[in-house]
Design a protein around this ligand. Structure first.
Ligand code: PLP
Length: 414
């Protein structure tokens, strides 16, 4: 069986040409659209003549042609029937969940997830909507199964969980969810192209485009990919959570992001290649490093089984510096002395971004939740960039590790 090739799938989709035959799509900025005859207007409102059936547009918060094309490009990348973009990754996640669950329903979620998603599930949804979530160690099948209740509608996981990079065994989780009538929603933000969740049995994929997919840390954006029925339901004028909550992507942003998709493959290959080199060398120096591409990672074999062949193991790794003070000195040296990268949250930028998870992107978790999730106080998450040369960056990394006594100076021959 030929494996799914996301870049080939995107290339095929891009072989349709715009109204003027340009190789790139045009930017449609109109917020409202004319109809040729008055009968069309009610048909659009009844949901019969949208862009998927009849090629009609109504209003910019409903469907915009440029945003719609970017959604279709992402659907091609994920191998989905349909896709649509939103103003942020968080709105892609919240709209998807609110489309799938109602008051009184239940969600099962991985316990190590993006801090914003964790706060949404743990603090925001229960008191306001009566939607409860049970958090589980998603790598423990029995625990996941036991968490299901009668009203469980969604199983939510991240492919590579933030920040510890636990890997979701998507085929197995899909079986568990489907056997209980639930929908498997996967946040694939950490590893676009590296893993294609829909090909492995997931029902819906959400992405923060803000990270690797856009790759330049200059746009906040999100996307939802899944069945045509689901995407259409999000835009329903009475019941659609994207239509009614209104996290609309600007068409200029859609255009700019679409221009970065053709080199996403090259970027992911290089992010992964460098993360792999650094992780291997760190591991040889006995520095505690977490990276799915090294053999001692607990889900290394799961990752090998679910990943696409050509994009490596992803661009994020974590180093445990033991305590916060040492983590801070390490990052400060790397940024201010060595110019290795930036102390900043986020990921997928062309330069390395690093942050101490417990006091930044996972600070929504209480000390007990941090402990339960295994997020140690000195854990530094690094999204490895591709500027400079590998050897120059490696010397800088060694220098900072020496500055905090994680490795000895004598071994500096490498
Ligand atoms: C950043 C991130 C989000 C949120 O995306 P925004 O675009 O910032 O709203 C969700 N999930 C993961 C895994 C992320 O890294």
């Amino acid at each position: 069986m030929k494996s799914f090739d996301p870049i080939e799938s995107l290339a095929n989709m891009r072989h349709e040409f715009g109204e003027h035959g340009g190789v790139n799509m045009s930017i449609e900025t109109s917020t409202t659209y004319t109809v040729m005859d008055p009968e069309t207007m009610p048909a659009i409102f009844q949901g019969h003549r949208g862009p998927t059936d009849g090629g009609c547009y109504l209003y910019g918060r409903h469907f915009n042609p440029t945003v719609y094309v970017l959604g279709r490009q992402l659907a091609a990348l994920e191998g989905a029937e349909a896709g649509y973009c939103t103003a942020s990754g968080m709105s892609a996640i919240s709209s998807t969940l609110l489309q799938l669950v109602s008051a009184g329903d239940h969600i099962v979620s991985a316990n190590t997830i993006y801090g914003g998603t964790f706060a949404l599930l743990k603090d925001y949804l229960p008191p306001r909507f009566g939607i409860k979530t049970t958090f589980v160690d998603m790598t423990n099948t029995a625990e996941v199964e036991q968490a299901f209740e009668n009203g469980t509608k969604v199983l939510f996981v991240e492919t590579q969980a933030n920040p510890l990079l636990a890997i979701a065994d998507i085929p197995k989780l899909a079986d568990i969810a489907h056997a209980r009538g639930a929908t498997l929603v996967v946040d694939n933000t950490f590893c676009p192209l590296v893993v294609s969740p829909l090909q492995l049995g997931a029902d819906i994929v959400v992405n923060s485009l803000t990270k690797f997919i856009n790759g330049a840390s200059d746009y906040i954006a999100g996307a939802i990919c899944g069945s045509t029925d689901f995407i259409t339901s999000l835009m329903d004028i009475h019941q659609g959570s994207v239509m009614l909550l209104g996290p609309t992507m600007d068409p200029q942003a859609a255009y700019a992001i679409s221009m970065r998709l053709p080199h996403l493959g090259l970027r992911m290959v290089e992010h992964s290649r460098r993360a792999q080199v650094f992780a291997q060398r760190l591991s040889e120096l006995s520095v505690p490093v977490i990276y799915p591409g090294i053999a001692d990672h607990p889900q290394h074999d799961v990752m090998k089984r679910i990943m696409n062949p050509d994009y490596g193991f992803g661009g994020v790794l974590c180093i445990d510096l033991g305590n916060l003070q040492r983590a801070n000195k390490f990052m400060e040296t790397l940024q201010n002395k060595d110019k290795f990268g930036f102390m900043a949250v986020s990921l997928g930028y062309f330069d390395t971004l690093m942050s101490c998870s417990a006091v930044s992107t996972s600070s929504e978790l209480s000390p007990e939740d941090l402990e339960a999730a295994g997020i140690k106080p000195g854990l530094v998450r690094m999204s490895i960039g591709y500027t400079g040369s590998v050897e120059q960056r490696w010397q800088q990394l060694r220098d900072a590790l020496q500055a905090v006594n994680m490795i000895e100076c004598q071994s500096a021959i490498m």
